[in-house]
Design a protein around this ligand. Structure first.
Ligand code: ASC
Length: 152
């Protein structure tokens, strides 16, 4: 099985076995989980960025596989921002996440939609031009949330 298929299985298993609120024994575990998911997403997104910005050779198959990972993992961090997870481990999460939940949710949903509707189709198109066009708006959707909700 290839990596995206393996991750997809893991993600599906994680999503369907337990309610989101029951997944973490301690706030520290939730914080680690979301930091890990965001790190994985950022790692794969950065690979796409390197191709989009001409810093790495364009590889259409790798771009499609990388974007599949970003798309899958884009759904994961949010379940780990539950009540009481503002502390418990070093975190750059700002208190506004819990004070302005509707806004935070909106930012998270916009990012997921941008990935699903722009980045993923572009990365699967086989066109570097399309990947370049989709990369900027997707990076902006990451940044929009970081600007308001992540400590500098
Ligand atoms: C990345 C990455 C992010 C976003 C953000 C876009 O590659 O890891 O968090 O892009 O920097 O502004």
């Amino acid at each position: 099985m290839n990596l995206p298929a393996t991750l997809l299985l893991a993600v599906s298993a994680a999503a369907f076995t337990l309610p989101a609120s029951a997944q973490f024994a301690k706030p520290e575990d939730a914080i680690k989980f979301r930091q890990s998911a965001l790190t994985v997403m950022g790692t794969y997104f950065s690979r796409l960025g390197a191709m989009a910005n001409g810093k790495a050779p364009y590889d259409a198959a790798a771009a499609a596989a990388d974007a599949e990972v970003v798309a899958m993992v884009s759904h994961l961090p949010w379940q780990a921002f539950g009540p009481g997870t503002d502390k418990g481990r070093e975190t750059a999460a700002r208190p506004e996440i819990w004070q302005e939940q509707a806004k935070f949710k909106d930012r998270a949903e916009k990012m997921q939609a941008t990935v699903a509707e722009k980045l993923l189709p572009a990365a699967k198109s086989g066109s570097l031009e399309q990947l370049k066009a989709a990369f900027g708006p997707t990076a902006q959707s990451c940044k929009a949330c970081h600007d308001d909700f992540r400590r500098k």
